[in-house]
Design a protein around this ligand. Structure first.
Ligand SMILES: O=P(O)(O)OC[C@H]1O[C@H](OP(=O)(O)OP(=O)(O)O)[C@H](O)[C@@H]1O
Ligand SMILES: O=c1cc[nH]c(=O)[nH]1
Ligand SMILES: [Mg+2]
Length: 211
C-alpha cells in the first residue's frame, strides 16, 4: 500500500472520533467534514512544485518560494464529495471545481455516472478528486477513468477521502498505481452490503440529512 497516506495527526484523529458518532447531527457532521478536509488538503498539497522568487520587503530583498507549475482543479464525486469542497477551497481558493455525479446502485453496487462537468482545460490541470468514502473503490475508479478519458494524466491526479478500507485501496492501487491516496482512516473492511465497517454510515445521507 505504498501510495496510501493515512493522516494520523492528533487533531484529525480527534475530529474523526467525533464524526463517527452515530448521534452526531447533520450540521455538526458537515462542519467536521469540512474541518478534517482542511487538514487532508494541507497534506495533499505538500509536494506542489515551487520556485524561488525575490520579494522587496520594507527591510530589503527576501528570497521566498511560491507555488508554480500546473493549475489545480478539485473534483468532488457527488453527492458526498460536495461536503469536502469548501475545506479544499479554503486552502486553494483559486482552484477550479469540476463535478462528477455518481451513485452506487444498491443492487449491483456498480457506480452509475449521471453528471460530468469539468473546466475546459482540465487536461492541463492537476486534479484532486474528493469523496469521503473509498469502499469497493468502484466509484473512485470510474471517476478517474472519466478524467483520464478527457485527457488528464493519472500522474496528475490525487484521491482524498475521509474513510478507506483495504478492499478499496487495493482496487484503486491496482487500477492506478501512480495515484496517491490520502485518508484520515483505514478501516477494517466491508460488510455484506459493501459499507465500510466501522465507517460512518452513508456519508451523503449524513451530510445532507436524507437518512
Ligand atoms: O467505493 P464504492 O463502493 O464505489 O463506494 C463509495 C461511494 O459510495 C458513496 O456514494 P453514494 O453512491 O452513496 O452516493 P451519494 O454520495 O449520492 O450518497 C460514497 O460517497 C462514494 O462515492
Ligand atoms: O460505508 C460506505 C460505503 C459507501 N458509501 C458510503 O457512504 N458509506
Ligand atoms: Mg450515499
Amino acid at each position: 500500500m505504498s501510495n496510501l497516506h493515512v493522516i494520523d495527526h492528533p487533531l484529525v484523529q480527534h475530529k474523526m472520533a467525533m464524526l463517527r458518532d452515530k448521534n452526531l447531527g447533520t450540521k455538526d457532521f458537515r462542519d467536521l467534514v469540512n474541518e478534517i478536509t482542511v487538514f487532508l488538503g494541507y497534506e495533499v498539497t505538500r509536494d506542489l512544485p515551487q520556485e524561488e522568487v525575490e520579494i522587496e520587503t520594507p527591510m530589503g530583498k527576501a528570497k521566498q518560494k511560491m507555488i508554480t507549475g500546473k493549475k489545480l482543479a478539485i473534483a468532488p464525486i457527488l453527492r458526498a464529495g460536495l461536503g469536502m469542497v469548501d475545506g479544499m477551497l479554503r486552502l486553494i481558493p483559486a482552484a477550479r471545481v469540476g463535478h462528477i455525479g455518481m451513485y452506487r446502485d444498491h443492487e449491483t453496487l456498480e457506480p452509475q455516472e449521471y453528471f460530468f462537468k469539468m473546466p475546459t482545460d482540465i487536461s492541463e490541470r492537476q486534479v484532486i478528486v474528493v469523496d469521503p468514502m473509498l469502499a469497493t473503490g468502484g466509484s473512485a475508479m470510474m471517476a478517474i477513468d472519466s478524467l483520464v478519458k478527457r485527457g488528464v494524466d493519472p500522474e496528475h491526479i490525487k484521491f482524498v477521502c475521509l474513510v478507506s478500507c483495504p478492499e478499496g485501496v487495493k482496487a484503486l492501487e491496482e487500477a492506478y498505481p501512480q495515484i496517491d491516496i490520502y485518508t484520515a482512516a483505514l478501516d477494517e473492511g466491508l460488510n455484506e452490503d459493501s459499507y465500510i465497517v466501522p465507517g460512518l454510515g452513508d456519508a451523503g445521507d449524513r451530510l445532507f440529512g436524507t437518512l
